[in-house]
Design a protein around this ligand. Sequence first.
Ligand code: WTA
Length: 654
Amino acid sequence: MSDTSSQTLDNLLAEDRTFPPSAEFAAQANLQAEAYERAAADPDAFWAEQANRLSWSTPFSTVLDWSDAPHAKWFADGKLNVAYNCVDRHVEAGNGETVAIHWEGEPGDTRTITYAQLQVEVAKTANALSSLGLQAGDRVAIYLPMIPEAIFSMLACARLGLAHSVVFAGFSAEALRSRIGDAQARLVITADGQYRRGTAVPLKNAVDEAVAADDSPVENVLVVRRTGLDIAWTGKDLWWDELVDGQGEQHTPEAFDAEQPLFILYTSGTTGKPKGILHTSGGYLTQAAYTHWAVFDYKPGDVYWCTADIGWVTGHSYIVYGPLANGATEVIYEGTPNSPHEGRHWEIINKYGVSIYYTAPTLIRTFMKWGADIPAKYDLGSLRVLGSVGEPINPEAWMWYRLHVGHDRCPIVDTWWQTETGAIMISPLPGVTASKPGSAMTPLPGISATIVNDEGVPVGKGEGGYLVVDRPWPSMLRTIFGDDERYRDTYWSRFASHGYYFAGDGAKYDSDGALWLLGRVDDVMNVSGHRISTTEVESALVSHESVAEAAVVGAADEMTGQGIVAFVILRGATDSADTEALVETLKKHVAKEIGPIAKPKRILVVPELPKTRSGKIMRRLLRDIAENRAVGDATTLQDSNVLNLISSGLSGGK
Ligand code: WTA
């Protein structure tokens, strides 16, 4: 570990402020401390109890079947319909008039959707998808902004047993194409455009590019009218309003096996090719619903808002499946936090009386930069629970959130989980835990996670190592779509003899036994809470004709957690004026290849890269350079002069 990060770590672990819930909050909390012991004593019974939050059309008789490890089956002989659980049963229970979604468009247009209306929209969408010939087991790609049709589409897929693959609408045509190809999606659902910071920007053109090839598996593209932008039209295209609006409003849900695939979601791994994380139905929905209820203390009457995008797993589990399974009322906001002004989130909280607010540390740091006087202008008295997810939250940001948003009153839940885990795994319980600023604290009741050393031996208080999960959990990924070997290699080979799930995160226990996450231990960067692999960005760079070789590192960044810094060796010589222009071109090239979120913050043109004798790039040294630190131990370098070459070339570089 580098000097600066171990120093930061020492500061973190000296954190001795704790924030217990108030007596009033503790007394009314959904889940109490007894749950930890009860769940540990009989995990299967505990999870069966959680699964019975759902409505099963055929009850399950088995809980966990781990006989084919590492492939779990949960509630395997039970049958259910996920969309029925998220929509219809609430209407049947007499809650049809309860608002499911308060939708707030970026330009200020709004839609209020009750559970009864949601049922109609999902039924019509399901009828439309069936009319296109789609059948249970098929895959559908969803490439949409944060509009209600995105939720209707996901739930319609779930209703029909189609697996959706939501692709973040900020990803490029190329990223969309490869995801469509990997999943062999038959349909893409998109929009004519999307609003970004007050302007309508094109979206459907990326789909045209992604499905253009003769061998594209896509048969149809369903297009929602959102912005009214002029768009090109192809023989595959259908307007949403023309196909969906006229459909029948009734649809009878079919019951599927608990292990019916529900969705594939692509996430970055250590190689260039994103992994299609496969989630199934019964176990996933059980844990999404349980955690939404327990971690956010959700109760009828709450107004819940998760600020994620449905393109990420947080949007899947905590905008769509968890809250809707619980019959919650939630806010969904289409746009950016500073459109049209920097108080937009606080204005929305005030407008709808939001009581539970779940966001990411990078946004909290942005709010800090904009100034505490902005939230101070709004009445935030409705808030009662605050959540954080996506990356370690630094204690300063945690305290700011606590004081300026939660008014020193609301518990903060710092929730650790991953696309692969499907739902929250490690988090305080808001009515139980005395939280420390920056620590995710403890695995939830029902979850067993621990920190081990290189040999797989659990470490003690005050020690660090790798985070592992040592017992299967209901919402765990089932495999990597189409690549089971990669599934075994990535998650189960590192501690194979112990049978541990390897999360890829470093972690440490402090002297009280609280758990602190320390970031990834592999070549995955975390930029504003988004996972991007170094190799993915490197491949994008070397795909440009002027780049001979590239090495990418994530360098500590105050706002975004990590920032992408690329070192490139050019083909042939360029003078410095050309280099500057080329650096800009390369940044744009990466944004085009992957998406703007992967755009390097800095690109440094260098004559050589530091490599070991076996030819492996020494990223650790590059990270030292990128973070302006004295370069660490370089004794395994193949050519010791290379660092001088890089440093001299960089003087004056940007
Ligand atoms: C990181 C997002 C520290 C971690 C739900 C993990 C966190 C990766 C936290 C998963 C947290 C997420 N504290 N680190 N509370 N939450 N991470 O798949 O490195 O987009 O492995 O899932 O984000 O990112 P993913």
